[in-house]
Design a protein around this ligand. Structure first.
Ligand code: HEC
Length: 253
């Protein structure tokens, strides 16, 4: 009889063990002075709601920690009203943890950033998200005609800019090539408004732009374009393969 009870007990223990499944340990997280605890209390549940990732809150020395004293691997997350930067740091082991990566990425994402600026104490914002280094995505809408743009570029811009990479004898040294400019993050903006900056301002007239020149000051016949022409040039430049200007300069290596 006793033996039977023991077997049943063992089965029950095994069964509950199976139900619990493999235990996943949550990372612990602490908040150091002077980071407002309320801000972190506001962020965590919103992150957890979205991702089901939980953290064990501890008083100090968490696997993850919000701090104003960065050490290696710290990621700046927000600026407090006093001007100090709040960082998320992680122990070496936690840096590899997918929960840490998700939390960090969420804090830097538009929803995470919005949550940071939403938090208020006494009706005042306490922290602003830091500027994210990642490029802001500019949506580029191409409406022009590529072939017309090529003809316009060759007839009006080639005198100063290398427009076609294969064309060895075009352009002047002082003017960047179209391919080089195509590699700029803001090529679209530059090519949409180039007629507003010198030296073009003096010689290119775009009908309806409101920018007029004094014809006496212009040594060559002014180049007359329309907004449609500008769209065509933009479409042509869009089709160019950007020149690889190498890696961007690292401001904070
Ligand atoms: C008389 C020579 C000349 C002609 C013609 C000319 N450009 Fe330029 N362009 C320049 C120079 C010089 C610069 C560099 C200005 C600088 O570095 O400040 C420049 C710069 C630019 C830039 C970069 C502007 C910026 O924001 O930095 C664009 C875009 C551009 N040109 C487009 C054109 C297009 C398109 C045409 C033809 C419709 C054209 N250019 C015709 C001389 C010329």
């Amino acid at each position: 009889m006793k033996k039977a009870i023991r077997i049943v007990m063992t089965l029950v223990v095994m069964w509950t063990g199976l139900l619990a499944g493999p235990r996943v340990l949550a990372l612990s997280l602490s908040v150091e002075e002077p980071i407002p605890k309320g801000l972190v209390d506001y962020l965590i549940p919103r992150f957890t709601l979205k991702t089901r990732v939980r953290f064990d809150r501890v008083i100090d020395n968490g696997d993850l920690s919000f701090t104003v004293n960065p050490h290696e691997g710290a990621v700046s997350i927000f600026k407090l009203v006093g001007g100090r930067t709040g960082y998320l740091t992680a122990t070496e082991a936690a840096l590899e943890d997918p929960s840490y990566e998700r939390f960090r990425d969420w804090l830097l994402s538009p929803p995470g950033r919005a949550t940071i600026s939403d938090y208020r104490e006494d009706d005042r914002t306490i922290a602003e998200p830091v500027d994210v280094k990642a490029k802001a995505a500019i949506s580029v809408v191409i409406v022009g005609d590529l072939d017309a743009g090529k003809i316009l570029s060759v007839s009006h811009c080639r005198r100063c800019h290398k427009v076609d990479r294969a064309d060895k004898y075009s352009g002047m040294d002082s003017s960047p090539s179209f391919h080089a400019m195509r590699s700029f993050d803001d090529w679209f903006v530059r090519f949409s408004i180039f007629y507003t900056v010198s030296p073009h301002k003096a010689l290119i007239q775009v009908a309806g732009s409101g920018i007029d020149q004094n014809p006496d000051l212009i040594p060559i016949a002014p180049i007359k374009l329309t907004f449609n022409d500008i769209n065509d040039i933009v479409a042509f430049v869009h089709s160019l393969e950007p020149l690889d200007l190498g890696k961007p300069v690292q401001m904070n290596p």
